[in-house]
Design a protein around this ligand. Structure first.
Ligand SMILES: NC(=O)c1ccc[n+]([C@@H]2O[C@H](COP(=O)([O-])OP(=O)(O)OC[C@H]3O[C@@H](n4cnc5c(N)ncnc54)[C@H](OP(=O)(O)O)[C@@H]3O)[C@@H](O)[C@H]2O)c1
Length: 290
């Protein structure tokens, strides 16, 4: 798909964080954006920004954790704007925890929002894309899905599943006119982890701006990229890929590098910070990644 002008895009997680930056980038491309997430107030602000940029949008507050009700969302979108040309599965949450401390509810929420819902939304919107012989699905995964991250094992599992499902689908969709991309950001500045937790991310872990990630989404659609590892510079992107390739051969080597970069300690600090918040009865922020 070489242009997004006039295309209808369903964007989940549009109320805050990275989704806002993706929405702005879509508005600049003159796409019509269907903004979905739970917070109506957040969605309205995003839609106002899209209007200010000369774009078109509608907001639909919806909890995508209700996977069985996503067919209702699909019907509503069809009634309001007709078929969707591009689906961007961006909504996601992260709960950092020492594995035995996870509740089943937390495990289910992460898997439902990060993995099951993108798969179900794709299942629902794919038939009309196939009929039109045109369409694009973008899944926002994470580097946490390329290499497991300590104290974030469920998030890693959900994102690894998303990456592998996208990989299988890309092969299944060859020749149909419908394309699929997966975006794997590392840590993102301004929104998400670094911004929300106020923890200093180790420099070597690599931090990208949300604008950079949003531009990667547009690039993935226009250039039909299978997978983009988001990193500020091509050279660091190359080395990240090389690192993961070595990890496929011998993962303990990358464990050592992760410990050297200090990633497990950073996540342990996130768990401890969350526990301190719980103890002081401040309403816990379920660590949306960020
Ligand atoms: N920030 C990072 O460092 C980073 C790094 C790698 C990957 N990512 C990925 O990037 C994506 C966006 O993350 P972010 O940093 O922008 O997180 P964020 O600031 O926490 O935003 C998450 C978005 O998802 C929506 N959402 C969460 N639960 C939902 C639900 N049950 N139903 C509908 N919408 C829901 C939220 O809206 P409501 O609360 O209004 O529902 C919000 O719009 C995620 O998939 C994340 O895994 C982020």
């Amino acid at each position: 798909m070489t242009t997004l002008a006039g295309k209808t895009v369903l964007l989940t997680g549009a109320s805050r964080g990275l989704g806002v930056y993706i929405a702005r980038a879509l508005a600049i491309e003159k796409a019509t954006v269907v903004c979905v997430s739970r917070s109506k107030a957040g969605l309205d602000i995003t839609c106002d920004e899209i209007t200010a940029l000369g774009g078109k949008s509608i907001s639909i507050p919806f909890d995508i954790k209700n996977v069985r009700k996503l067919s209702t969302l699909k019907k509503l979108i069809h009634q309001l704007v007709g078929p969707v040309d591009i689906l961007i599965n961006n909504a996601g949450i992260e709960v950092c925890q020492f594995f035995p401390d996870y509740s089943l509810d937390e495990i289910q929420s992460v898997l439902e929002i990060n993995l099951l819902s993108p798969i179900e939304l794709s299942r629902l919107f794919l038939p009309s894309m196939l009929e039109q012989r045109s369409g694009h699905i973008v899944n926002i995964a994470s580097l946490g899905g390329k290499k497991g991250v300590a104290y974030s094992s469920i998030y890693s599992a959900s994102k690894a599943g998303l990456i592998m499902w996208s990989d299988a689908m890309r092969q299944e969709l060859v020749g149909t006119g419908v394309e699929i991309s997966v975006i794997c950001p590392g840590y993102i500045s301004q929104v998400g982890l670094a911004a929300k937790n106020g923890l200093t991310v180790p420099h070597l872990a690599g931090i990208s701006t949300p604008t950079y990630v949003a531009n990667a989404v547009i690039r993935a659609i226009k250039q039909n990229k299978a997978e983009i590892i988001v990193n500020k510079e091509l050279i660091t992107e190359f080395f990240t890929r090389l690192l993961f390739a070595i990890g496929q051969l011998y993962s303990p080597f990358i464990d050592v590098i992760y410990r050297w970069i200090d990633i497990p300690r950073l996540n342990r600090m996130r768990v401890e910070k969350q526990q301190r918040m719980d103890d002081s009865t401040i309403k816990p922020v379920v660590g949306k990644r960020g």
